[in-house]
Design a protein around this ligand. Sequence first.
Ligand SMILES: [Zn+2]
Length: 719
Amino acid sequence: MKFTFYSCMVYFAILIAGCNGINSTSVINNPGLSPLSLIDPGRYDTTWWNRMPFRLIQTNLHETDATMDEDKYVQSMVDASANVVLLNVGGIQANYPTNLPYQFRNPYLKGDLVGDLVKKLHEKGIKVIGRFDFSKINETLAAKKPEWLYVGTDGKNVNYNGQVHTCINGGYQQQYSLDILKEAIATYPLDGIFFNMMGYTTTDYSGVYHGICQCKNCKKRFYDSTGYTLPIREDMSDPIFRQYIAFQKTTSEKLFTATGNFIKSLNPKLIIASYVEVGFVDMIVDETSLKNTSECEFNYAATENVKSVLGSYKDRSPFNLILYGQGDGFRHIGIAPNLAKVWVLENMLQGAPLGFVFEGDMIDYEDRVFISTLNDLYGFQKSNGKLFTNLQAVSKIALIRGDRDEFEGMIKLLTEEHIMFDVIDPSVVGTERTPRKLEEYDALILGDVRSMDNHLIAAINNYVKNGGKILATGFTSLDDSLGNPSNSIKLQSLGVRPPFEVFHKSKSTYLKVTENDKTALGEEAFKDFSLMIMYSDFLKCKTRDSARTFLKLVPFTRFGPPEKAYYTDENITDFPGVISNVYGKGKSVYIPWLIGSQYLHKGNYSHRTLFVSCLHNLLKVERSIQTDASPLIEITHQANRNGAFEWIGMINHSGQIGNSYRDPIVIHNTSIRFKPLKQIKEIKLMRSGEELKFKQSNGWVEFIVPQVDDFEMVLCLYK
Ligand SMILES: [Zn+2]
């Protein structure tokens, strides 16, 4: 990083201002810049955790850590600027002297690890979330309570390293878990509760599949609620299995709600963190971790997780944990430091809290390559805490979460193109739970959102009828909420009529781009190609009179031997690759195949060109940020809800080649132009510490960011 003396002083002043709160001396040293201490970000609500910049570290303690040096442990958290710690309290093993006969006490425990750590962490102003895992029970206790246990389809229990899987419908998860929680909550002033792996688990840590639980409790409860015998096989074409999926959802939600009610009745201030978004869960936990296959990691894995919560729930916080240990059984070795870094940066610059997981404690972790960087990034968020408080993403587009590959492909397309977007879970679209109303968005993207209930269909159709724009892909709206397939596309706004026929993914299938298509989609962008790859399932649709069609399916042409590998006009069908429609006051574009999934896997330029053209030329959706930034820079845009500032985040992904994550290349002179929410007085680069010159006219501001090393944060302060 290149510093001038002046920028060094500014940076130093900012650090001081951030660390000590109000510090007027930093103003005198830097008369040109407003002190950050004068910023009032306001508060989103009265909680310490919602839209607040907390920095969490989880230590997945081993039983042998009971003899740790507690003071060193606490100091490692202070050094990392953590202000929330997640540690193991009870369930599989109690790290405190439990009095409950069916909670196994950690055999290495000498005194009271939980009691000591809670006290010492609180003394340093660090909150503590207790981790409880009720998915397994020690084999010595399991032998006394067979009715609590999971039973595989082979009729056997699952014993993994002496810990036996329990069943969600057994007495341990249904009742005894509450006794354990009650004891811990009554004994220790915890700040929150975290549950791990509660629910229907069918595999063990080695990934061995043991099947749908066949215990007596499951059999009886499923029969009582549906009248059917419990299925043996997981088969989505079996209607009884689809009922079982619904049963899993209902019973898990019931248990979660009951447990949440119970915890809140004991202490309403305790926050609850878990992997599901039901009941009294305050923080929705997700993980970003290495796949440990030959496939490349998804670059935007943390962005995906935090955006899914921030765009969907106004009363919940993302709690995205970046796992330092490598996936699939290599917990003691860290992932590539530059990969860990971009994932931490995604959490941070998408406006979410930070979360990082160590196996064991942080003091003894043997792979220490990333620790200084972690401390640096956490320290940055701490120093600039106000700038991460009470934020709202600035975006005109909402991506409705659909099938995973299509969803991730859409995130990749939008991010590479620097198009700002929110993510909304389909279950909350059009409800009071979302931070923003649908009509506040210029456009919605539905990437293969297959299961849609009537409420969701009505919400989307109404949105378009009233002037909204949608881009839908794949098999959107084909299935009902239980996943039952139908033969009609239920979103009338898409301009297609039933029935349709599915063309199954097949090699040597293309889309023909005609001269007329180029006129509508963009002469310049399509000038160099008239054929596109189409390698996914495809819906051969008939269209309504109001619709226009583009591109033509050229299915399964000959590809060998080369002498025969050509197509003629006869091979070109009339089935469209893009359908645009006018519906009420709004517009839709429907791509009846999986453009996002294909872009995720191969990144083909023609798919990107088509996607951008559909948004800009057919739907007339404008970009909120105009930039010549490299596609290797991930841009984010956040505004303070109290009207104190807005900023643009820039994450440099350029260090990646295949599966190697090297230091990013410094990217120079990126121009950015956008319409700020208010007139801007000054712009500061928070990473490099420089003040930036800018032009402002007709509501637009423009500037050049001289260089982006690992990341940059362009802070805009208002007049
Ligand atoms: Zn069971």
